[in-house]
Design a protein around this ligand. Structure first.
Ligand code: NDP
Length: 246
């Protein structure tokens, strides 16, 4: 399918996991792709190579999502290098969990900076470049709907904030032809949550389908929202979680 032919997409945190899968899926559908990373230059480079091998343009930019100026610069670089920006995927996230007493100001600031402020800052920067048909898609979490284990409060709080941002921006940007949506993955096999990790069996058992997602299964829904097929979906939070929140 070439649903995204001629589009340019920026994915934050695209060096591995869900972000890398989204980058590759959007490229497969015809988009040129810019991805950001914090530490994983080599892995980001490998994603770029795989996309270029498909005949699409790709670029990896080091940009710490915790630093708004770096996020804004990455957005502007994407638009400058590839001449436009159609799709923003706010994917980079941190997962700082633990008992309330152990989550102090440093953990709170880091979580809110990467998981909340960065999507807002990136959206603000991206919309300056977007024309009608633009797409803002953020990656939330099943934990926003069901904080199933103790220790999840900070992370769940950060992902729930994206619900409000998504609804607010959908209202604000709808008249400008830009849709804004949120995808809540369930347990997905990545470095952050490996399907063979110590608690994986318990976690998989909390889904209705009894297994982890592949990152490509999350990317498929992002591609739908990014394409013209998703044009009438905005302000939505879509659970791609195998029934975790059912
Ligand atoms: P991974 O830890 O596997 O990958 C995280 C990605 O984000 C990497 O590319 C990493 O870059 C990048 N990143 C992290 N911090 C920053 C930062 N400060 N600045 C720029 N890039 C950064 O995570 P997942 O793929 O599992 O998660 C992706 C998203 O999906 C997150 O928002 C997460 O909360 C959400 N999610 C994941 C679930 C899961 O089960 N995996 C379930 C529900 C939601 P680098 O390589 O440079 O470190």
């Amino acid at each position: 399918m070439n649903r995204l032919e001629g589009n340019v997409a920026l994915i934050t945190g695209g060096s591995r996991g869900i972000g890398a899968a989204v980058a590759e899926r959007l490229a497969e559908e015809g988009a040129d792709v810019v991805l950001t990373y914090e530490h994983g230059a080599e892995r980001a480079g490998a994603v770029v190579e795989r996309i270029e091998a498909r005949g699409r343009r790709a670029l990896a930019v080091r940009a710490d999502s915790a630093v708004p100026a770096e996020v804004t610069a990455a957005v502007d670089e994407a638009a400058a290098r590839f001449g436009r920006l159609d799709i923003l995927v706010n994917n980079a996230g941190v997962f700082l969990v633990g008992p309330l007493e152990e989550l102090g100001p440093a953990e709170i600031d880091r979580t809110l900076a990467v998981n909340v402020r960065a999507p807002f800052a990136a959206s603000r920067a991206a919309v300056r470049h977007m024309e009608r048909g633009g797409r803002i898609i953020s990656i939330g979490s099943n934990m926003a709907g069901r904080a199933v284990f103790p220790g999840m409060a900070l992370y769940a709080m950060s992902k729930t904030a994206l619900v409000g941002m998504t609804k607010g921006l959908a209202r604000e940007l709808g008249p400008r032809g830009v849709t804004v949506n949120l995808v809540h993955p369930g347990p997905t096999d990545t470095d952050a949550n490996p399907a063979d990790g110590p608690n994986a069996e318990t976690i998989a058992g909390l889904t209705a389908v009894g297994r982890y997602a592949r990152a490509a299964e999350i990317a498929a829904t992002v591609a739908h929202l990014a394409s013209a097929d998703g044009a009438y979906i905005t302000g939505a939070a879509i659970h791609v979680d195998g029934g975790f929140t059912a």
